[in-house]
Design a protein around this ligand. Structure first.
Ligand code: FDA
Length: 396
């Protein structure tokens, strides 16, 4: 008699990204029979494209305060049991050269490929099978769970969903995990693009015309969260680390507040300049601290340009008001097309913070970005992927 092949596995992980591969290698190391399925043509595509091709794989200062979640306590358990130093030890074990760029952000010296290679080597060493081009269909939740993969039927005791979020659909992102959660009646915290550039429209976009490519050190704020990082003017609006960071907090219709001179008491500085160099033009005072093109534009739009001696106290206050802070009302963000992560996701109330297992569905686990835990820019999102993958990998 012929029929579709049926196989049994201890663990099936759907999604061969950072979280899925970490979970697989940890479960494999415990002697579990693990199969990882990914519908894409390559594993770890986001790892490969991350950090400008050098993968900012962790952050040595990562703490629970670097994560957004409806329940800020949820991430603590997993993060405390798999720290940046644990991942660094793995990187060192494989002889991958790396460096700290800034603010505790660790990058590969050579290429993100080193991180994918080390994860695959670890998986191989413990007998994990990784299949690409393999979209999975869940036929029935168990345990045992029953999956259909092409014409094969697979039963497993533990099913791990590590399919990530919606960001960068062309890299294989799908709403698989969210759809499954919804079909099971699990709550989902509203999802939206985060760590994403802002788009300006109309007059606001015209105001920054000609500034694309300029980068400025700022203190940028949205909804009470402030980041001391650079902004980057683009042809569409604003990007750069400061803007990506505040995009995770920004609410549509709200302004983003950008202090363009965070280290300067501008009012005092302009008063001093007026006293000490009365014939110097405002523009020339400002270009000592800001890019010339930006100063030029600000003078055309708002500040004017006269000798300091002609500028009264009220006008100085007005000038400072356009720079400290500059308030911008973004029309939107660039959305999932360019977002590094998806904010929101599966409500953590549905999961055990220790194991990532679904409270109402034994043997079903959600890890990584699909869960409502979103890190700041700078290696924190991978740290969450490693830590949540490790937590599940201990028990699946
Ligand atoms: P991830 O998205 O990595 O993996 C999910 C996997 O599931 C994918 O392989 C996908 O193909 C697969 N999949 C989806 N649907 C499926 C289905 N239906 N069936 C089968 N497989 C399916 N973070 C950081 O800490 N440092 C950094 O430097 C960067 N840089 C960066 C740059 C860019 C451009 C992006 C887009 C993102 C980053 N990030 C980052 C964020 C980081 O990449 C992200 O947080 C992690 O990759 C999330 O890991 P996961 O394993 O949860 O999902």
């Amino acid at each position: 008699m012929t029929g579709n092949p049926t196989t049994d596995r201890d663990v099936v992980v759907i999604g061969a990204g950072a979280a899925g591969l970490m979970c697989a290698l940890k479960a494999g190391a415990r002697g579990r029979g693990v199969l990882v399925l990914d519908h894409a043509n390559k594993v770890g595509k986001k790892i490969l494209m991350s950090g400008g091709g050098r993968c900012n794989f962790t952050n040595i200062h990562s703490t629970p305060e670097h994560f957004l979640s409806a329940n800020p306590h949820f991430c603590k358990s997993a993060l405390s049991r798999y720290t940046p130093w644990d991942f660094i030890a793995l990187v060192e074990k494989h002889g991958v050269p790396f460096h700290e760029k800034k603010l505790g952000q660790l990058f590969c010296d050579r290429s993100s490929k080193d991180i994918v290679s080390l994860l695959l080597a670890e998986c191989e060493a413990v007998g994990v099978e990784v299949r690409t081009h393999s979209p999975a269909e869940i036929e029935q939740l168990g345990p045992p769970h029953c999956l259909k993969v092409d014409s094969e039927t697979i039963h497993c005791e533990s099913l791990v969903i590590a399919t990530g979020g919606y960001s960068i659909p062309r890299m294989g992102a799908t709403g698989f995990g969210f759809d499954l959660a919804r079909s099971l009646g699990l709550a989902i915290q509203p999802t939206r693009a985060a760590l994403v550039p802002f788009v300006l429209e109309g007059r606001k976009l015209d105001q920054i015309e000609g500034l694309a490519g300029i980068s400025v050190d700022t203190a940028s704020e949205a909804s009470g969260a402030t980041f001391r990082e650079n902004i980057l003017f683009t042809h569409k609006g604003l990007s750069g680390p400061a803007m990506l960071q505040v995009s995770s907090y920004w609410q549509p219709g709200e302004p983003v507040t950008i202090d363009l001179l965070p280290d300067l008491d501008l009012v005092q500085h302009l008063r001093n300049a007026r006293r000490q160099r009365p014939r110097t033009h405002l523009k020339n005072v400002l270009v000592e601290h800001l890019p010339r093109r930006l100063v030029q534009r600000w003078c055309e739009l708002w500040l004017g340009d006269r000798p300091m001696a002609e500028i009264g106290d009220e006008e100085i206050a007005n000038i400072a008001g356009h720079l400290k802070p500059w308030r911008v009302w973004p029309a939107d963000t660039e959305g999932y097309r360019t977002a590094e992560v998806t904010l929101g996701g599966i409500d953590t109330d549905a999961l055990s913070s220790k194991t990532m297992e679904c409270r109402d569905h034994p043997g079903l686990f959600f890890i990584g970005e699909v869960v409502d835990v979103t890190g700041h820019l700078g290696g924190h999102n991978f740290q969450w992927a490693w830590a949540s993958g490790h937590a599940a990998g201990q028990v699946v």
